[in-house]
Design a protein around this ligand. Structure first.
Ligand SMILES: Nc1ncnc2c1ncn2[C@@H]1O[C@H](COP(=O)(O)OP(=O)(O)OP(=O)(O)O)[C@@H](O)[C@H]1O
Ligand SMILES: [Mg+2]
Length: 325
């Protein structure tokens, strides 16, 4: 019998309190115990049952029930839920293909595990600001119907200094218990080259603990690290991740697509998009979204849902000006 009396009691309590998350997490512990005892078929069956129960419980289009981190964890990470999907994003083909692979492997986890393989679950996102790294973590969470927990590493380190490693341990323990996407944002705070800065020893120790935790990170949860200073990262770090995804500034065509997507619902029939390609150079996805929003608001407050080229060009020029301010 894989489930102990304690497991059964915990399952009943979770059920009585309507705490789905606790319920599934105990069930996962039972699966893990079965696997350790050599009942791998049973372990796979339990995981599959949990997956299908979750899929039924969480309507694809509805809100994801809120899981709030408790106790000390609550001060280390922020829980977030988003409705953004990968299809809402403008992504380079290779980036999209990598992200689709993550989703596919996570969804087919049980099948992979049956043969002793684990799905991609340690991911490094690297690229310039405003290209969609944080948004990607939110979209992956949404696609997999998982909560998103964000950890700002720079904040963590400056707040806890010498205790940072023990805080990291707490977070990775949570990742083993609560299936979710854990986004370590501002990851370069950890990965700074050994030669940089003065408190190198401390940064190095924290980084080493992170890597140890990462090695043992359970494949149920996704651990995502995001950085926009790739050159600052220690090379040895890259191979510790299952997947490294590189984000680039948008091409002119992608830039136009970002504008068009943000203006869905507005009347853009009069816009000659080809004329805008010269105006989007150097702007990030995030800046383009802001420009589109600004043009749309101006149109709406001017009493119209009609966007013309002039409005868009002005908004793009403003963004360029801000850049050089
Ligand atoms: N690829 C994209 N497709 C569509 N919109 C995007 C994309 N990238 C960014 N955006 C828009 O810009 C906003 C900010 O992007 P996000 O926070 O994901 O950037 P980031 O890469 O994490 O930047 P940073 O390095 O500064 O943290 C998003 O909420 C979204 O509105
Ligand atoms: Mg970000």
């Amino acid at each position: 019998m894989a489930a102990t009396a304690d497991h059964l009691k915990a399952l009943l309590t979770a059920h009585a309190e309507g705490d789905d998350d606790l319920f599934y997490s105990v069930a996962l512990q039972v699966a893990a115990k079965s696997a350790r005892q050599g009942h791998s078929k049973l372990a796979v069956e339990i995981r599959e049952l949990i997956d299908s129960a979750r899929a039924q419980k969480i309507p694809r289009t509805g809100p994801i029930p809120v899981v709030q981190p408790r106790g000390e964890l609550a001060s280390l990470l922020t829980a977030g839920y988003s409705d953004v999907r990968l299809d809402d994003m403008t992504l380079a083909e290779d980036v999209r293909a990598s992200l689709d692979k993550v989703i596919h492997e996570q969804r087919q986890r049980a099948r992979l595990e049956q043969f002793g393989f684990t799905p991609v679950h340690r991911i490094l996102l690297s690229g310039p600001p405003g290209t969609g790294k944080s948004m990607t973590a939110a979209a992956l969470a949404k696609e997999l119907s998982l909560p998103l927990f964000t950890i700002r590493l720079d904040g963590l380190i400056s707040r806890f200094m010498g205790e940072t490693a023990s805080k990291l341990r707490l977070i990775f323990e949570a990742a083993a218990e609560t299936r979710a996407v854990y986004l370590f944002d501002e990851f370069d705070a950890l990965g700074a080259e050994r030669t940089a800065g003065n408190d190198v020893g401390e940064a190095r120790r924290i980084l080493n603990s992170f890597l140890l935790f990462l090695d043992e990170a359970p494949s149920e949860s996704l651990v995502i690290a995001a950085t926009n200073h790739r050159h600052l990262l220690d090379r040895a770090l890259f191979r510790r991740f299952d997947l490294v995804v590189r984000y680039q500034p948008p091409s002119p065509d992608q830039a136009i697509e970002v504008l068009q997507r943000r203006l869905t619902g507005m009347n853009t029939a009069a816009v000659r998009w080809a004329d805008l390609t010269g105006k989007v150079d150097q702007l990030s996805h995030a800046e383009l979204v802001k420009a589109a929003e600004s043009a749309a608001k101006r149109a709406i407050l001017g009493g119209d849902d009609m966007i013309d080229e002039r409005l868009l060009i002005d908004a793009l020029d403003e963004r360029h000006a801000l850049r050089h301010a």
